[in-house]
Every structure is written in C-alpha cells, then in structure tokens.
Design a protein around this ligand. Structure first.
Ligand code: BYC
Length: 483
C-alpha cells in the first residue's frame, strides 16, 4: 500500500520521493539496485562506530521552504534518504545565456549533455567525499549535541549524493548509471582514486577543522548550488533549490561552533587574567584553543575553499553560462541583459608579478564573480566572531587573508604570498609558513584536546555550550543514545 504524506512525499516505496518513482518503475529499480552499493559504502565509509546509535535527526517530510522537517530518533543506516525536488515553477523560462526566454528544459538538451553531466558528477562527488572526511570525528565529539549535529550533516550530505544520482540515473542513461557507481568507488584522500576537487581530499583530523570546513567549504557548496539552482535544466534547478534549504544548517553548525570555541577561550583567558592572546603557552595551559591557532586554521580552510571556484578566467564557466546551464549567484535578482556578451568584470589577476584588478570579459570572469560573492558572504561570520572577542574584551581580531594567499588553483597558484597578498619567495614562505598555517605542533595540540564527551548536557573544556538546543530541546537532552 502506498502512503503519500499530505506534503507530497511518497514514503510508500523503498525510496521516499516526490518525483513519482512508483510510476517510474525503471528508475525505481535502478535506484534500488544502487541503494545496495550505497549502503555498503555508508557502512564502510560513513560515521565509524555509531551505526547502531539512536540519533535525534531531522528528516524531510515536505519540500516547502518552511516546516519540512520532522525530528525523531533513528539509526543512521535506516535514515530515509530520498529524492526530493523543490516544487516545479509553472511556465519557468531560462533566465540567462543564449537560450534566455525559452522554456526551461525538462529533458537534457543533447548538445549540452556532456557539460551537464560533468557538473552533476562534480557536485555529486563532493557529497560522499565530505562524509568520508568526517567519518572518525564521532569518536572525539565534544558533546552529544555536537555529535548529533555532525551526524545530521553527514546524512544530509549523503542525501545530496542521492539527489545527484537520481539526476544521473533518470536523465543520462547508461553513462549516468556508470557515473553513479563511480561516485561510490572514489575515496577522499586516496592516491589511486581520489575525489575530484582538492579540498575534498584533505584530512579532517579534529573538530576545529570540522567547524572551519562547515563554515568555509559548505559555503562554497551554497554558492555553487545557488548558481546551479538558476539552471535552465529544470530538474537540476529544482534539486538544488531543495538542497539549499538543508545546507543552511551545515553553515550554522560551522559558524556557531567556531563562535563557541572563541567564547570559551576568551572566558578562560579572562578568568586566568591572561591579556596577551599571543601568549600561546599560557593559553594552552588552560586546555583551550588559542586564537592565533584558530586564525591559522581559518587561513587554511578559506584558501582551500577559494580553490573550489576554479580559475579566475575560465572558458568552462563561460560556456556553462552561455548554454544556460549554470548561472550567477542570484541571477534572477540581477538587473542586466543576462547574456554578458559585451560586458566586462573587474578581475583579480597576476600582472607583472603583482595582484592587480583589471577588466576582463564578464563571461570568462564568472568564477571570479562568484568567488567575490562568496568572499562577501564569508565576511559576515568573521565580523560576528570578532564581536564575541570584543564582548570579552580580548585584544584580537580575526581577518580573512588575501585571496592570493596559499592558492593551488588559478592565477595565484604560481606564486607565494604572505596573508596580506605580498608576493614573497619560496624560501621566505617556507620560513614563515608556520606563523600563517597550522604547524604540526598546532595540530598535535588541537588533537590532544579531542576527547569524547558523552555525559548528557556536558561539553568538553575547549568549547562553550550552545545558546539553545536543537528543535528547542533542553540542554540536558540525550541527542545520541549510544548503544
Ligand atoms: N580541484 O576552468 P576551470 C559542496 C579543474 S562544494 C581540482 O579553472 P571551472 C559541498 C576543473 O575541473 C560545491 N580540480 O574551472 C561542500 C577543470 O578540469 P577539466 C561543489 C579543479 O571548470 C561541503 C580544470 O581544473 N560543486 O557542494 O570553471 C560539503 C580547469 O577548470 C579545481 C561544484 O563545484 C579544484 N579545486 O570551475 C559537501 C559545482 N578547480 O574539466 C558538499 C560544479 C578547477 O579541464 N562544478 N579544477 O579536467 C563547477 O561548477 C566547476 O567544475 C568548478 C570549476 C567550479 C569546480
């Protein structure tokens, strides 16, 4: 018997969905087959050691902007991963590029098949990669509250993999099936079969990295999904629009996690009457994370995330835009001709060995533009972290390093700079690197603090409790029942 919730999601078939899988037996069968391999992947590469724990998770029961979440205890392998698309906008038209004004595509246009598949595969690849990167963190969670948030992020990133796999299976035939399987075989950090983008092959050894990653790298996810949500390929647009509603919580986890660490460090410094935030030995003796080490971690995760925007000048980006496949951030709110054939955009380039802003054709500078939107979005949280520092009367200020700092992709991958963007030699960089990026001693210290705290309502010494619980639950709530 089928059960369709009043909100339009069908929970009666093995895969919850609002795309009528019950009436699409071929795709339902293909996804059911893929589900087996997916569960093997989840058991082997998902959160290690907590597969039998009962976790207080939210599951989507609707796709409307508000009120789609239902909270309850569930074992993670039994999570209802589903295929959920935002509602179809009637008579939607393509908003930009060569096909501007034409009806949005409900099927893949043959001429753009390869380009679309590549973007869907890259997006899909990042989702399981992040779960793999985070798989050991449950074992050192600073509280049950944080552990639950980690697992929430993990199951939702895994659902985002489902979202992309549905598109591949439904719209890309045999190639799509093959790509879906490949998504389960690449591994974060693996020498032979790594994940596709740089930041997703980095290790995530501790919770400070996790919070930085969810702040900086999930925000790249937000910007990329916003651009793909503008796509003329309507199923991709609808998929990304729903994914974005889940993404907001991930960035909240990052921003609030870092705020709580800053809060705790400042409190401890004030109690011990330590005024100099750079007296690292004294601060560390209190068992909290010194602010300069946090700045170094921010430098690292910010620069890795900037790489995810690709090169400043990119014909790939221009082609995807002209094709109507990938738009700009909030394309539908921008007032211009949405074709950009005669426009220019101020672009940060390496000119005569120095970073300089020069006008470039707007079409090829689209990665630069999206990265600028990202930098603006990112700055907001830095300001809020600085307010926590200021409220505690500590003399320290977090700031974003220059965009040329520590880059591996694009114009600035060929040079070394200090965090102010001044070009320096390889040797000068090597000599000062440990002041700007986490050193092995910093890593060892942070790792030494990572101890599992499972007492209900208790938090590790290095992080302050959150202001409120999840879903208005009280502080003393058992968010994860470890079996
Ligand atoms: N690492 O013209 P270029 C998320 C490659 S995160 C390795 O400069 P393009 C999430 C590029 O593939 C969002 N390779 O750049 C967050 C190309 O290779 P091919 C993920 C890189 O193509 C947290 C060559 O360099 N979604 O959702 O304009 C947790 C030249 O490329 C990198 C997307 O990224 C790199 N960093 O832009 C969980 C959206 N950068 O094809 C999830 C889909 C570039 O010549 N992807 N390359 O062999 C895209 O829109 C674009 O592919 C990119 C690159 C923005 C990534």
């Amino acid at each position: 018997m089928q059960h369709k919730a009043s909100t339009g999601i069908d929970y009666g078939v093995s895969i919850p969905n609002n795309v009528n899988l019950a009436g699409d037996k071929r795709i339902l069968k293909a996804l059911e087959r893929w589900h087996g391999g997916y569960l093997d992947w989840w058991r082997n590469m998902g959160p290690e050691g907590f597969q039998d724990a009962m976790v207080y998770l939210r599951t989507a029961v609707g796709v409307e902007r508000d009120g789609w979440a239902k909270f309850g205890f569930i074992k993670m392998p039994e999570y209802r991963w589903g295929v959920l698309l935002a509602p179809q906008v009637p008579d939607r038209v393509i908003g930009f590029g060569d096909h501007k004004g034409q009806p949005a595509w409900q099927e893949v246009p043959g001429e753009y098949r390869g380009m679309l598949r590549r973007l869907v595969v890259i997006q899909g690849d990042t989702e399981p990669a992040s779960v793999e990167q985070q798989r050991f963190l449950g074992k050192t969670a600073p509280s049950l509250y944080d552990m639950r948030n980690l697992f929430q992020v993990n199951v939702e990133e895994a659902r985002h993999l489902w979202a992309m796999v549905y598109l591949l299976q439904k719209y890309f035939g045999a190639d799509g099936r093959e790509e879906s399987n490949e998504l389960l075989t690449r591994r974060s950090g693996n020498q032979d079969k790594p994940r596709m983008l740089g930041a997703f092959n980095e290790e995530m050894p501790d919770w400070l990295s996790f919070f930085m990653f969810t702040y900086f790298t999930d925000r790249d996810g937000k910007m990329q999904l916003e651009s793909l949500a503008q796509s003329g390929f309507d199923p991709l647009s609808r998929t990304c629009r729903f994914m974005l509603t889940e993404e907001a919580h991930h960035m909240f986890v990052g921003e609030s996690g870092i705020s709580r660490i800053i809060e705790r460090t400042c409190q401890a410094m004030n109690q011990a009457r330590i005024e100099n935030p750079y007296d690292i030995e004294a601060v560390r003796a209190l068992g909290v994370i010194d602010l300069p080490t946090m700045q170094k971690k921010a430098n690292l995760h910010y620069s890795l995330s900037l790489d995810l925007f690709g090169s400043e000048i990119s014909t790939n980006a221009a082609n995807a835009y002209s094709a109507g496949i990938k738009g700009r951030f909030h394309e539908d709110r921008i007032e211009d001709d949405h074709q950009l054939l005669n426009d220019t955009y101020p672009t940060l380039r390496l000119i005569g060995g120095q970073p300089k802003i020069v006008d470039e054709p707007a079409l090829t500078a689209l990665n630069m533009r999206l990265r600028n939107d990202y930098v603006r979005d990112t700055s907001g949280g830095i300001g809020r972290w600085n307010k926590v520092v200021a409220r505690n009367a500590v003399d320290f200020e977090f700031r974003l390093p220059h965009e040329a700092f520590n880059r591996n992709i694009g114009e600035f991958s060929r040079v070394r700079t200090n965090p102010d963007g001044m070009i320096i030699g390889e040797q000068a960089f090597a000599e000062q690197k440990n002041q700007w990026l986490p050193s092995s001693e910093d890593a060892d210290y942070v790792t030494s603090l990572m101890k599992l705290q499972t007492e209900i309502g208790k938090f590790a010494n290095w992080i302050a409790p959150p202001k409120s619980g999840i879903n208005k639950m009280p502080g003393e709530f058992e968010y994860v029942k470890i079996q």
